[in-house]
Write a protein that binds this ligand. Structure first.
Ligand SMILES: Nc1ncnc2c1ncn2[C@@H]1O[C@H](COP(=O)(O)OP(=O)(O)OP(=O)(O)O)[C@@H](O)[C@H]1O
Ligand SMILES: [Mg+2]
Length: 305
């Protein structure tokens, strides 16, 4: 059963940017291993992201959240293939482009500049032998041609923006705390002021105070830069804080989409209801129910039949 409160099907791919077209439209995306094309890891996934809004993707481990995000970056592993689908990116400068049709050279012009990603494991995504200032500066030089004093000033501004003293530009990643490294990753991702920021569980490894600071930072940046944000999380507290739209994935498929209020307060799909039923409340008065997959499989089957 698919609970989609805003079903839209797009048949025409325009080449001109259009203000009424969403920033990103994913439609009918299917991904499978090359060697087993019938085993769909992502099956018929579609949703939109608007400029200045956050779409949260939730779902259990292995439900296809990261694969969907990697497809948007054009970074799917070579062992995987896109069986079907379009990913339309709407940019004032480039027009509407289907990311699934772009070659590597065209993708490199978009990646980091127009669409950036904070990866699921930021602690291992920084290069240990390069200073964080150098790593923040790389995309600024590559995409915007910044060098010398101008580059130094921009790096200092970015560090300040994410709450790190600019003098730390000369530090190596292992000289920073986990929270600071996470902020460096954010500084890298927003360096070129991308139109779309993908954040794949960027706060999962952090303590709650640092998590709250980083969520606030991302939310402010989204508003100030009018970025669209695709935010992947397991945490419904995070969804309640930052989401505009919510997409719920289960075993490679979207089972429910809607506004934050619709999905959190009036969940329609048994899986969303089961997910929410195992989130504790602050008082600890709620009786938590583990997800009963046997029942869920039956009820999903009944609804589909
Ligand atoms: N390169 C690959 N080859 C084969 N299968 C893969 C590959 N990458 C991912 N998968 C499989 O695709 C499915 C979806 O993976 P994905 O990383 O998108 O999950 P996820 O929803 O992000 O989970 P998590 O919350 O644990 O990060 C999983 O079953 C995973 O094992
Ligand atoms: Mg993942």
């Amino acid at each position: 059963m698919l609970i989609n409160r805003s079903v839209k099907t797009y048949y025409i791919v325009t080449t001109l940017a259009n203000n009424s077209t969403p920033l990103l439209q994913i439609s009918q995306l299917s991904i499978a291993p090359n060697k087993m094309p019938a085993r769909l890891l992502v099956n018929n996934v579609g949703f939109n992201i608007e400029a200045g809004k956050t779409t949260c993707v939730v779902g259990e481990s292995g439900s296809g959240k990261s694969l969907t995000a990697l497809a948007v970056m054009g970074l799917l592993s070579k062992q995987l293939q896109l069986n079907a689908g379009n990913i339309l990116f709407n940019d004032a400068e480039l027009g509407v482009q289907d990311i699934t049709m772009l070659d590597e050279v065209s993708l490199q012009k978009i990646r980091g500049k127009k669409i950036a990603m904070i990866f699921q494991e930021p602690m291992t995504s920084l290069n240990p032998v390069l200073t964080v200032g150098y790593q923040i500066g790389e995309s600024l030089t590559k995409h915007l041609g910044l060098k010398g004093e101008l580059l130094k000033i921009k790096i200092a501004n970015l560090l300040e923006l994410v709450g790190i003293p600019p003098a730390r530009a000369n530090s190596y990643p292992d000289e920073l705390s986990g929270g600071q490294r996470q902020r460096v990753m954010i500084a890298m991702s927003i360096a070129c002021e991308p139109r779309l920021l993908i954040a794949d569980e960027p706060t999962t490894a952090l303590d709650v105070t640092v998590q709250a600071q980083i969520l606030k930072l991302l939310d402010d940046l989204k508003t100030n830069m009018n970025m669209g944000m695709l935010f992947i999380t397991h945490d419904f507290g995070v969804v309640a804080d930052i989401a505009d739209q919510v997409v719920v994935m289960f075993r490679g498929e979207i089972v429910e989409t809607g506004t934050k209020d619709q999905v959190l307060n009036h969940p329609q799909h048994p899986y969303t209801q089961a997910l929410l039923a195992c989130v504790p409340d602050v008082e600890g008065s709620k009786a938590l129910k583990p997800i009963d997959y046997a029942w869920l499989n039956e009820s999903v089957h009944e609804v589909v039949a």
